[in-house]
Ligand binder design. Sequence first.
Ligand SMILES: *[C@@H]1O[C@H](CO)[C@@H](O)[C@H](O)[C@H]1NC(C)=O
Ligand SMILES: *[C@@H]1O[C@H](CO)[C@@H](O)[C@H](O)[C@H]1NC(C)=O
Length: 500
Amino acid sequence: MLSNACASKLMLFTLSITFCFSSRNKLVTHYKQYPPNTSKVYSYFECREKKTDPTKLRKVKYDKTVFYGLQYILHRYLKGQVVTREKIQEAKEVYREHFQDDVFNEKGWNYILEKYNGHLPIEIKAVPEGSVIPRGNVLFTVESTDPECYWLTNWVETILVQSWYPITVATNSREQKKILAKYLMETSGSLEGLEYKLHDFGYRGVSSQETAGIGASAHLVNFKGTDTVAGICVIKKYYGTKDPVPGFSVPAAEHSTITAWGKDHEKDAFEHIIKQFPSVPVSIVSDSYDIYNACEKIWGEDLRGLIEMRSADAPLVVRPDSGNPLDTVLKVLEILGKKFPLIENSKGYKVLPPYIRVIQGDGVDINTLQEIVEGMKEHRWSIENIAFGSGGALLQKLTRDLLNCSFKCSYVVTNGLGVNVFKDPVADPNKRSKKGRLSLHRTPSGDFVTLEEGKGDLEEYGEDLLHTVFRNGKIVKTYTFDEVRDNAKLKESELEDLLL
Ligand SMILES: *[C@@H]1O[C@H](CO)[C@@H](O)[C@H](O)[C@H]1NC(C)=O
Ligand SMILES: *[C@@H]1O[C@H](CO)[C@@H](O)[C@H](O)[C@H]1NC(C)=O
């Protein structure tokens, strides 16, 4: 019994690699469900916008999303010959058992194998990677390019909608960048160092290596600090950058490298570690026993001379890692501020000398981040003093519902006739979907608008921002990571709005 269950799990696993573009079994039976003589299915992806119920205002509205990650999926799962005789055979056998019936579309897959040598006859159009687009606009469309393969459009839904994850990580990380930009500007008058203010600590807190790679790359769209090296590999392999690496890190202690010295030797541990790394920043977790004693006695007295010798390029970075994040940060700053000579910056905020900084990497999500920087500002501490690390909240504590990512059919051709289709469930007007063929445009005032029912008029609205990225098994347009970053960077107008 057990070995059977394991065997079938293994089978499904292989299957999801081979027919990786869909494991949702209900889609397997859909080819039998469309109206007879359907020759095209056209669907689109959007992050739905909430139109009703303004009472449940969330703190962070996420009113724009960063489009990122489709290119990875296309390269990894959809391009080239993805259908083979063996895969069809394997799928056929598994689905026969799974449904206890012969519902698998063997004929359809054989057609793709024979006519297209296993390449997928679909076309995908998408906004450029890194684009920042208001919720409620089309982000990509998918259509079948062969009348026999109308069913393929929604077969690929499962794998394509997984782009919700990099979109959501990149969007949430960018919202945090906005918070940091606002407070950094207000408390220091400059955005220097912004790209290093939120470091990715999430590697061990994610569900898999693949999640780590995709999620970390999505964070790097907005920032340059990461400990999740898998993201660097994803970027180099699927996007490419002009720099040798798109993300950086610094030597850092962890509890084991401190506690291994024994409770009475925390000072020796600290001293040893800072001496190992004299010319780069070094982050030292200082809460193994008593963070306040560590700041006051060890850093502030015993090792003070050693720290004062460090340069602005190689500061000691003190890392508390427990307690209420805001209270701890404030108390650590206060102690360090008594032991080291404070500077008042041009905005009138307190700054520790450049050879010592703080990083808070415990309990950091978008809400606590906001609380900490607000609390620091209230206590007249500049955000120059601090950087943040975020792990689970950055890469894992997110779901598809945060941005309401959805994929819906909006147009079909049946008996040679194009029909605009949509859904409009009576119980939830937010779930109404768009109708017909779609295009995305910028109005002269710079707003984005999705035109429905194929009404896109070049004369009036200018070019369609959706570009063909995939057609019949080939990737026809790609973006470098530098382009992605450039598209997603904070715009002047956003900074102005933040500082209002
Ligand atoms: C499908 O097309 C065939 C051939 O044109 C036609 O005879 C048949 O009536 C159509 N079926 C439906 C349900 O429209
Ligand atoms: C988005 O998803 C949330 C959570 O499922 C739901 O409460 C909300 O109504 C959805 N909004 C839209 C616009 O679909």
